[in-house]
Design a protein. Structure first.
Length: 276
C-alpha cells in the first residue's frame, strides 16, 4: 500500500485542496496517448460526461494511475482519498482464478460520491481482461448505471422487480439487476449505434442452458437479444433500459427466475459476487 500512497501523493496533493469545488462536467483525466487515455476513449461514448473511471490492473495497481493528468483530474475533483478507497476495497476472492475478469467499484460511500456516483473504479484481474474490449465495455456500463443509481427515476423503475425479490438482500438484488441492465445496454448499443464490443458477452450467456455463478442469467440474456436485437428497439439510457426490462412481463419473469438461480448457485460455492 505504501507504493500506491507515494504515487498518489505525487499526483494528487492539489486535488485534496480543490475537491470541494466540483465542476459540472468531468473530462478525460488521462494524459494523451497513455494507456489510460486509450481505455477511456474506447468507452467515452457511453459514459455520462460527469463520470470519472479509474482503471486499476490487479497485478500492477499503480501503473495506470501514473497516466493521470494532474491539472485535469484536479479540476474533476478526484482526490487521493477516492483512489485509496478503491485500492482498499479490491476483493480478495475476486480474481481471474475464481472466474472474475473485472469488476466495478461504485457506491455513495466512495469519497466524492455522496450526492451522485461520479467516481468509479474498474479493476481488471488479468492483462487479458484489460485488453478485452467486451470486458471494458461491460464494466464501464456499470459506471454509467451507478451515476443514476439512487435517483427517484431509478428507484421507481426498479421497484416492480424489487417487490418480487423475496429473500434477496437489497445489495444482491441491485447487483443482479445492474448486470441485466448492463447486458441490455450492450445489446442496444450494438444494434442502435454499431458499438458491438459488448454483444459477444450477452450472446455467450444466452447460449447457456443453466445458471451457475454468472453475471447474467441465460433466460435474461436470451430475452434481451430478442427484445433489443433491432435498431432502436431499446433505449441506451439506464433508467429507460430498466423500464424496458421490468415493464415486460415475460422479461421480468425471466429476470427474477435467473436471479434466484444465480443466488442459489453462488451460495452453494461460497462466492456471492455482490457481497464481496
Amino acid at each position: 500500500m505504501a507504493r500506491f500512497k507515494t504515487v498518489l501523493m505525487k499526483l494528487a496533493i492539489p486535488a485534496l485542496m480543490l475537491a470541494a469545488a466540483l465542476p459540472a462536467h468531468a473530462e478525460n483525466i488521462y494524459k494523451t496517448g497513455s494507456e489510460g487515455d486509450a481505455l477511456y476513449k474506447k468507452v467515452q461514448y457511453l459514459l455520462p460526461p460527469e463520470v470519472v473511471p479509474v482503471f486499476i490492473p490487479l497485478k500492477d495497481k499503480a501503473r495506470i494511475l501514473k497516466d493521470m493528468d494532474a491539472a485535469v483530474y484536479t479540476k474533476a475533483g478526484l482526490t487521493v482519498n477516492t483512489v485509496s478507497y478503491f485500492m482498499d476495497r479490491i476483493g480478495e476472492k475476486l480474481t481471474a482464478e475464481n472466474g472474475v475478469a473485472a469488476y466495478a467499484l461504485t457506491g455513495n460511500k466512495v469519497p466524492g460520491n455522496d450526492k451522485r456516483q461520479r467516481f468509479c473504479g474498474i479493476v481488471f484481474t488479468s492483462e487479458a481482461a484489460l485488453k478485452d474490449e467486451t470486458v471494458l465495455t461491460h464494466e464501464a456500463i456499470h459506471c454509467k448505471n451507478a451515476y443514476v443509481n439512487g435517483t427517484d427515476a431509478y428507484k421507481k423503475a426498479a421497484f416492480p422487480a424489487w417487490q418480487l425479490s423475496k429473500k434477496l438482500t437489497a445489495r444482491q438484488f441491485m447487483g443482479m439487476l445492474d448486470e441485466a441492465t448492463a447486458g441490455g445496454l450492450q445489446v442496444a448499443y450494438a444494434y442502435n449505434s454499431g458499438k458491438t464490443a459488448g454483444l459477444p458477452m450477452v450472446k455467450a450467456y444466452a447460449s447457456h442452458t443453466s445458471n451457475g455463478v454468472v453475471s447474467i442469467g441465460y433466460r435474461t440474456a436470451q430475452g434481451l437479444l430478442d427484445l433489443c436485437g433491432r435498431k432502436d428497439a431499446c433505449p441506451t439510457d439506464t433508467v429507460g433500459m430498466i423500464n424496458t426490462i421490468v415493464q415486460n412481463k415475460t422479461m421480468l419473469n425471466a429476470l427474477m427466475t435467473d436471479m434466484f438461480e444465480i443466488q442459489a448457485a453462488s451460495e452453494k460455492v461460497g462466492l456471492v459476487l455482490s457481497d464481496q
